[in-house]
Design a protein around this ligand. Structure first.
Ligand code: ASP
Length: 331
């Protein structure tokens, strides 16, 4: 195991190993003493070129719970051209002896470049690159889905299981969402059936090649697929010119009426279904306060599960790299 860059090329066995290891890590986090000595002496660098709250804190917490040394480097606002800046930074991190680099970057492909350009020999973990991928978010989503819909709220009996037969609706701003991309691939690999629901203006070109179904109608999708999990996506206004939704939808009210999750739609979901959102939420736009705070909402739990998933990812990439016989080149 070397890097964690994308869910599109993550083999099913590796995805299940990550989920099983996350379950083991989660079990250690309910103990009074949460810290494990596993990565003592290893250095993890958080390299964030884009805003983040949950993901950065989550990676930092995960690395610290494994006793690694953590360096936070926030590079937002750098005026150096992206390619140069990334290379120079990578060379610096190499000189500093980084064992793992967790990178968030507005340019799709930046983590891939860090991993493969030969500038450093650390493990690279993609913490979100542009509109491309966010693999640990998809893993924490799959972990949360498995725990609730396979394990009945716990990890008991989930080891080795996939998500075969489960139906997941991912709703909203798919166009700008690395969360949607990462989830479609991972959930498909794990055997779930995914329906993306969005207005045509918020779907990317080439969507027909993705391993999922596409719908423009949320009510019809709920009625027909009876989803076990509904994942609401944030409307990413900062990636829309004009900032307010621009040409992507006529008004916030109309978006909310057609694609938002509010109390009426909530009532039509199957009784066992779970409500998800990667955060940060636009309450009142893609999700109502009722839905966000509903007893079947697992949004806060997604955040907690993120720590276990990131501990598992760091552990498998760093502790796993000690095994010279491990022939896998990517996780
Ligand atoms: N926090 C997630 C991301 O960084 C989702 C979002 O921003 O809407 O992609």
């Amino acid at each position: 195991m070397r890097h964690l860059l994308s869910t599109a090329d993550l083999a099913k066995d590796d995805a299940i190993l990550l989920l099983d290891t996350s379950a083991q890590m989660a079990a250690t986090q309910s103990r009074e003493m949460k810290k494990l000595p596993t990565l003592r002496g290893r250095t993890v660098v958080n390299l964030f070129y884009e805003d983040s709250t949950r993901t950065r804190i989550s990676f930092e917490t995960a690395a610290k719970r494994l006793s690694a040394d953590v360096i936070n480097f926030s590079a937002k606002g750098s005026s150096v051209s992206k390619g140069e800046s990334l290379k120079d930074t990578a060379l610096t991190l190499h000189a500093m002896g980084a064992d793992a680099v967790v990178v968030r970057h507005p340019a799709s492909g930046a983590p891939h470049m860090l991993a493969h350009a030969g500038w450093l020999d650390a493990a690279v973990l993609n913490a979100g690159d542009g509109m491309h991928q966010h693999p640990t978010q998809a893993l924490l989503d799959a972990f949360t889905i498995r725990r609730h819909l396979v394990g009945g709220g716990s990890d008991a009996g989930t080891e080795g299981t996939d998500l075969a037969g489960l139906r997941v609706a991912i709703v909203g701003d798919v166009l700008h969402s690395r969360v949607a991309r990462s989830n479609v691939h991972l959930l498909h690999t794990l055997g779930a059936h995914v329906t993306l629901v969005a207005p045509p203006t918020l779907l990317p070109v080439g969507i027909e090649t993705w391993p999922c179904e596409v719908s423009y109608h949320l009510d019809e999708t709920i009625e027909r697929t009876k989803p076990d999990a509904v994942m609401m996506l944030r409307v990413q206004r900062e990636r829309m010119s004009g900032g307010a939704g621009g040409a992507f939808f006529p008004s916030a009210q109309e978006y909310s009426r057609k694609f938002g999750l509010g109390s009426q739609r909530l009532a039509r979901l199957p009784g066992h279904s779970i409500i998800m959102h990667p955060g940060p939420m636009n309450r009142g736009l893609e999700i109502s306060a009722d839905a966000a705070d509903h007893p079947r909402s697992v949004i806060v739990e997604q955040v907690a599960n993120g720590i276990a998933v990131r501990m598992a990812s760091l552990y498998l990439l760093l502790a796993g790299s000690d095994d010279a016989h491990d022939e896998r080149t990517s996780l």
